[in-house]
Design a protein around this ligand. Structure first.
Ligand code: AMP
Ligand code: MG
Length: 355
């Protein structure tokens, strides 16, 4: 029996996302089957996987991440059938307009892909995975090796982002190593993740579907799949009591660098900003910048796709530069930027203009 690998170096094996290596997949699945932790790339960020049906294994995820026990984990399935076994809903029915057929329409259109469906959970999923909630978030990840790993285990895999709780999510294997070395058994390194931002989470247990965490699959894409049915998008903006978050992505501080990070809402305000000695500027979206003091390191991420792909690498790099502040100009409040604005709102505190 394997125990949590504390005080021992974590092993890394390099593997191509879409080029299967049956022997390696079997080795990784064996670790999961023995109750161990394996980090692997999904299309969103690196996930920290454990056998979702094994409560002791799932407990190690919370321990390794330092994650509060009230934050539920997303369950990853190898395909629609395995996802269906995790929930009380039929994911393969015709479109009828009830919850099950909303779920099956979304599964058909976006799986495998970066969309998590929150549905009533089945008896297969233990309490610890959902933090006691009667619902479970489930999705089918896109990379072949992720699905092969889960299929080889033959059981769903609970996999939150493979970083320390409240920190910046990992989009490279070394991000995982830096945060979790000695705390997990294995990292499957398949390079930078494709999308770079966490999945969209949509709750289908309420009367109207509700986006709990905006992500790569936009509200408009979901509404199109559901034949124009309105989808609530306000969930992530509302203040939620920390004792009872509907969704951990709703916690106020999340995705945050350790360097003080300030959000300056418009580029024009930068002219009035009192810059500390050593600052890093991160401009997201198209902005006309006022003249800036010399010597400020500057990153510009112009499109939503590029911002998703690079945001966490840039935030970790800014952190590593030992600046006194990271200054972020967020993108405009438009639907295509919703996911990035959401992450930046949690990573950075607003600049007090008159303070
Ligand atoms: P993380 O593990 O940090 O990548 O994030 C996990 C995400 O899963 C959270 O942000 C939630 O939005 C979502 N989630 C998982 N299970 C549930 C659930 N039962 N109800 C609501 N949200 C969930
Ligand atoms: Mg996370």
């Amino acid at each position: 029996v394997r125990v949590l690998n504390v005080h021992r170096a974590t092993r890394i094996i390099s593997i191509e996302t879409d080029n299967s290596d049956p022997a390696l997949i079997r080795e990784a699945a064996d670790i999961l089957r023995a109750g161990g932790l394996v980090a692997f790339a999904t299309e969103t960020v690196y996930g920290l996987g454990a056998d979702a049906t094994n409560p002791e294994a799932v407990a190690k995820i919370y321990e390794a991440k330092g994650r509060p026990a009230l934050n539920p984990l997303i369950v990853h399935a190898a395909g629609v059938e395995m996802a269906e076994a995790c929930v009380v809903a039929d994911l393969r029915v015709e479109r009828r307009g009830d919850v099950a057929s909303l779920a099956s329409a979304l599964a058909a259109d976006y799986w495998p892909g970066p969309l998590t469906l929150v549905l009533p959970r089945s008896g297969m999923i233990p309490d610890i995975v959902t933090a006691g909630l009667p619902t479970v978030g489930v999705r089918v990840p896109r990379p072949l090796i992720a699905r092969q790993l889960i299929a080889e285990l033959g059981r769903p895999v609970a996999a939150p982002s493979a970083n320390r709780s409240t920190g910046v999510s990992p989009t490279l294997a070394w991000h995982v190593l830096k945060d979790l070395d000695g705390r997990i058994d294995l990292i499957l390194d398949s390079g930078q993740t494709d999308v770079g931002l966490e999945s969209t989470v949509v709750d289908l247990t309420t009367r109207e579907p509700r986006i709990l965490r905006p992500g790569p699959v936009t509200a408009a894409m979901i509404e199109r799949s559901l034949g124009g049915l309105r989808v609530h998008t306000a969930g992530h903006r509302e203040s939620v009591s920390p004792e009872a978050p509907t969704s951990p992505g709703q916690l106020a501080v999340h995705y945050a660098p350790t360097t003080p990070t300030v959000r300056v809402e418009t580029a024009g305000d930068l002219a009035r900003f009192r810059w500390p000695d050593k600052a890093v500027l991160l401009v997201v979206g198209e902005h006309d910048l006022p003249p800036l003091p010399a010597g400020i390191t500057r990153y510009v991420l112009k499109t939503p796709e590029r911002a998703a792909h690079e945001l966490y690498i840039v935030l970790r790099q800014c952190d590593w530069m030992d600046a006194h502040a990271i200054v972020v100009v967020p993108p405009p409040d438009r639907p295509e930027w919703a996911a990035i604005r959401d992450r930046l709102a949690r990573a950075a505190r607003p600049w007090e203009k008159d303070g």
